[in-house]
Design a binder for this molecule. Sequence first.
Ligand SMILES: NC(=O)c1ccc[n+]([C@@H]2O[C@H](COP(=O)([O-])OP(=O)(O)OC[C@H]3O[C@@H](n4cnc5c(N)ncnc54)[C@H](OP(=O)(O)O)[C@@H]3O)[C@@H](O)[C@H]2O)c1
Length: 260
Amino acid sequence: MLGAGGKTGRRVVARLEERGVRVRAASRRGTPAFDWNVPATWDEALDGMGAVYVVRPELQPIDVLEGFVQRAVSRGAGRLVFLSARAGGEGMDRPRERVIQDSGAAWTILRPTWYFQNFSEGQFRADIRAGELRLPAGDGREAFVDTEDIADVAVAALTEPGHDERIYALSGPRALSFEEATRVIAEVSGRPVRYRETTPDEYVRRLVADGETDRFANLQAKLMGWISENEGAHLSDGVQRALGREPRGFEDYARRTTWT
Ligand SMILES: NC(=O)c1ccc[n+]([C@@H]2O[C@H](COP(=O)([O-])OP(=O)(O)OC[C@H]3O[C@@H](n4cnc5c(N)ncnc54)[C@H](OP(=O)(O)O)[C@@H]3O)[C@@H](O)[C@H]2O)c1
């Protein structure tokens, strides 16, 4: 169980524990610590694990994933569930997906859109709290998805039959612009929050000033550009295919989230 403290990982851990499944929450902050960049920490995390939820950081070199996957399979992991991304295709995560598909283990690939929880737990959180979300995304729409749904699909794939060799593109039930999303948050939270479009250059400068690398900042600006072009606006049916139900909506998420 990688990324165990992250936005999808901790929800997956909680669900598995509720079901009484033996789970090892691997994270840099855990004991023992798991660090992608320190292969000597991998074996202890993998010991006795029959299935692995694979979450890797943005911009990770592919050979790190290759090394880890080989190690996992050689140590007995017969099932890999990989958190990929819907955006970007071949230029982004498809080569990494092939590492998983060619591993020899049973596999399931999750391709989510941008998460609802980026607004409350992730990269948009500080701006939302400050009352103004500044992004270079124009009025493009994104079919944001709830990480609760991603976790439900991950747990199904880890523990139930019928998900092998499936690629699930996961979106929410409708596409929203950032202007619409911030309006929903303002309405349900009673806090003044609005969206303001910035230029990609200004966005990159802000991220770098906040301590991000140039490479990461430029990747984020590229992803925002895709949103502005409505590349992420189409709906996908992975939640329905995997779980036989509709995905959760943004308003539901906004209502159950504490915004203070
Ligand atoms: N955010 C989105 O909207 C979104 C949408 C689609 C796909 N994705 C994909 O999802 C993946 C994860 O992104 P996320 O946003 O969901 O992040 P996240 O899981 O919420 O956070 C990243 C996790 O990675 C762990 N981590 C970072 N560096 C590590 C290292 N060297 N060794 C071990 N663990 C490390 C962190 O754990 P510790 O700090 O506790 O070690 C943290 O739990 C990325 O590949 C991204 O492309 C994200």
